[in-house]
Ligand binder design. Structure first.
Ligand code: DGT
Ligand code: CA
Ligand code: CA
Ligand code: ZN
Length: 575
């Protein structure tokens, strides 16, 4: 196991606290781990810079040795022991909404509940409502949650299948007998959720390839196993099951098969109509002339589209609307290679895992020319948000660091909370000194639409606010976010020249593609940012770009493609 970063260590300490609660340990011991986690969170340094954790206030010798073990080995023998002692069925109960360590501990100790089935039985026998801190309503809620528990969702958010995609792609690259392969279907089109993954494989040895596929070590079910098509369910950590289709074709048919199974169905319908006008028929295997019966094949998709006098139509816009009628220039969509900067990310100064310097180096390595450091502001105490004094100190550090690079610019920034009462977390005199001011909502999600809109509008009308981050607060497959009047948001952004974010985190993709498309139509600029809290989240940029392409975004609409001078001119528009 690799060493843990600060964020992972903090999370593990919190896990230990929860496990101890389940075990029924006394409150002091439990809170020692929570306090240690908070002490680390509050400290601005990375875990290596901190050195000996027992020197920090709030961290005792025992906890310090656990931290050191996590830092060096990426595991804790103490946590491993706890896991042995606690029935594993109890751990799964933690994912039930409203269930924490204390409640589960009580169910375990007082009712002998050890898993979901036991909990259901206890609820049905009306034993749960008599426990202190529970009650009849809670019991009802638990029963409802248990009904949804373990049910497989119809569609998987892409954030959940990305590991599977990487895993399968890696394996196919190692397999023998494959000429080329590509992932088709809804994933290739950049949809937010997928029913299954569709791999198209060019091979002259389908048997050889097929036997390697059915030998994979994480197969849950072989749904079907034909000569040219294999359907599997693959198992991934945390009980995730991903359905996958593999289709094997000869290389001649690869382009048309890839096109067919990329879809969408509606796009395929449009293409077939187009073919009919030429007295031709499209199939997976090629294009057939109705008159001669001759079948032509293509070396790749661009050649296939060219046959119908069409420019290359990117998969992201193949939804069967107007993509065949669109001018070639409007199909020139933003690409990952156009991105010059990531403008929203966090460091150890708030709730990130890496130091400023580490983030800067990582961004430089990605080939960007500039970036912004945007930690949380003071309202967000759980994330150790920066107050005015710390923000100023951070800016000084960034300015100093900036002097070390002649070919790279670090913008100072802040992700400033818009408070529940609609006010902003910082006054203008602070914002004025900050290059890239992001405003976002992280609280009071249940407010009515008018109140939410007033909050967003206050921020957009502030002359120093450059961008609204993740404008709806949704988490794909988990929560809808707060009430936003999208037309009003886009109109105000246009009027105030405020950037709207397309947050590239695969759990967010916020704004969604349909709305960035509308925003672009109204002249609103879009920022695609990873909102990285760790190194690996910086790699989400292409996910955001794909979502942007689904929203037909062109390069110039996306502020991350601008050079730093153009961006700075824009940021100074009201100053
Ligand atoms: P999903 O539901 O997220 O898996 O979405 P897709 O688009 O990946 O759908 P899937 O896996 O059922 O099929 C992949 C593609 O194959 C689909 O986009 C278009 C094509 N396809 C599948 N079934 C049909 C069909 O009955 N008619 C046509 N025209 N195309 C089909
Ligand atoms: Ca699919
Ligand atoms: Ca499929
Ligand atoms: Zn953020």
């Amino acid at each position: 196991m690799a060493a843990y970063n600060k964020k992972e260590i903090i999370q593990t300490l919190e896990h230990i606290a929860v496990y101890l609660e389940i075990k029924g340990e006394n409150a002091f011991r439990v809170s020692a781990y929570r306090k240690a986690a908070q002490a680390l969170e509050r400290d601005e340094r990375t875990i290596d810079e901190i050195g000996d954790p027992s020197k920090l206030k709030g961290i005792g010798k025992g906890t310090a040795s656990i931290i050191t073990e996590l830092r060096e080995d990426g595991r804790s023998s103490f946590l491993d022991e706890l896991k042995e002692e606690i029935p594993s069925g109890l751990i799964t109960l933690l994912s039930l909404p409203g269930m924490g360590g204390k409640k589960i501990g009580k169910l375990y100790k007082e009712l002998g509940v050890e898993d979901a089935a036991g909990l259901r039985k206890a609820c049905e026998e009306k034993k749960v409502q008599n426990l202190a801190g529970f009650g009849a309503k809670t019991e009802e809620k638990i029963l409802k949650a248990l009904d949804d528990f373990g049910k497989r969702p119809d569609r998987l958010p892409i954030a959940h299948v990305m590991t599977a995609v990487e895993d399968i792609t890696g394996r196919l690259n190692e397999f023998t007998g494959i000429n080329r392969f590509e992932l088709a279907g809804s994933f290739r089109r950049g949809r937010e959720t997928v029913k299954d993954l569709d791999f198209i494989i060019s091979t002259f040895k389908p048997e050889e390839v097929g036997s390697q596929i059915t030998m994979m070590d994480n197969i849950e079910t072989i749904v079907s196993n034909g000569e040219t098509k294999i359907s599997l369910e693959l198992a991934y950590p945390e009980g995730l099951i991903v359905p996958v289709d593999f289709r094997m074709v000869e290389d001649d048919a690869f382009a048309t098969t890839l096109h067919h199974f990329t879809g969408s169905k509606d796009h395929n319908v449009l293409m077939r109509q187009r073919a009919k006008e030429k007295s031709e028929k499209i199939s997976e295997y090629g294009v057939e002339s109705a008159e001669t019966g001759e079948v032509i094949t293509f070396k790749d998709e661009p050649a296939f589209f060219a046959h119908f006098n069409l420019p290359y139509i990117p998969p992201e816009v193949r939804e069967g609307y107007d993509e065949l009628e669109t001018k070639e220039a409007d199909l020139a969509l933003v690409e990952t290679g156009d991105i010059k900067a990531d403008l929203h990310m966090h460091t150890t100064w708030s709730d990130g895992a890496q130091s400023i310097k580490e983030m800067v180096e990582a961004n430089r390595e990605r080939g960007y020319t500039h970036m912004a450091i945007t930690d949380h502001s003071k309202f967000l105490r759980v994330a150790n948000g920066l107050n005015e004094e710390r923000l100023k100190r951070q800016h000084e550090e960034i300015r100093k660091l900036n002097e070390e690079y002649s070919d790279f610019t670090i913008l100072t920034g802040i992700e400033m909370d818009i408070l529940p009462d609609g006010s902003l977390d910082f006054a203008d005199d602070i914002l004025k000194e900050t290059d890239f001011v992001i405003a976002s909502i992280h609280s009071a999600f249940k407010q009515d639409e008018e109140t939410i809109m007033k909050r967003l509008e206050t921020a957009m009308h502030n002359p120093y606010v450059a961008m609204i981050a993740h404008p709806t607060g949704r988490l794909i497959g988990r929560r809808d976010g707060y009430q936003v009047d999208m037309d009003r948001l886009i109109q105000t952004a246009a009027k105030t020249d405020t950037i709207l974010e397309l947050n590239a985190n695969p759990n967010r993709l916020d704004l969604a593609s349909e709305y960035v498309r509308k925003a672009q139509e109204q002249g609103v600029k879009i920022g695609i940012n990873t909102d990285a809290h760790r190194f690996d989240m910086l790699t989400h940029m292409p996910v955001g770009v794909k979502a942007a392409r689904r929203g037909w975004l062109k390069k110039d609409t996306v502020v991350n493609t601008w050079d730093v001078e153009t961006l700075i001119t824009f940021l100074n528009r009201n100053r």
